[in-house]
Design a binder for this molecule. Sequence first.
Ligand code: URA
Length: 234
Amino acid sequence: MRLNKYIASAGVCSRRKADELIANGNVKVNGAVCREMGTQVEEGDAVSVNGKIIEADAAKVYVVVNKPLGYITSMDDDKNRPTVADLVSDIPERLFPVGRLDYNTTGLLIMTNDGDLAYALTHPKHEVSKTYIATVAGVVSNVRLAKLRKGVDIGGFVTSPAKVRVLKQNPRSAVVEISIHEGKNRQVRKMFAAVGNKVQSLERVAIGDIRLGRLLQGHYRKLTRAEIEYLKSL
Ligand code: URA
């Protein structure tokens, strides 16, 4: 990677500003001042700016949080309610949520400071599947399942076919797994409402192949390198 790009991707400054730093002799590669902005930085090279070693992409952080009930998916709240930013407050980088979960929805939320990835994952054309476990009132009949699988009208928008299966039918409620690609506001709740089942609780358990697993509510874990590569490949 070119030296100026390396400095910019380390989150130090813009590429143009990096050129200035290099020209002014503020940058060292493996201990020697380097004034050539086109210098190629190889893996294992030590680059310092004003005496401080930097690492390209070191500032990119990717975590999965298990959002509890009653947390707002935003960085701050004017009513001072808890936000998902509180769940990662011990991470020095400012992480923002990728997409959103309702106040009353729990489960998997990706948080990162990688703006490109956040943009790509939430772009409608990428259609990343999101899987939820919904507990709904009443009986989820085969007719209702068929409607959800075909697509339902949720107020001027017809959803694309969902993957749905009933995990458990109780006398007065059902536990259902549902996977959708779109991300309309309160979409899963509206989809079940459209077929006559009120959602009682909703948890997101997966985004694509990234799974919540046993992560406890209110906790986070860093994504593995393989998971990050996977998300970037979507
Ligand atoms: N669908 C909903 O209804 N709520 C969410 O939080 C996510 C998907």
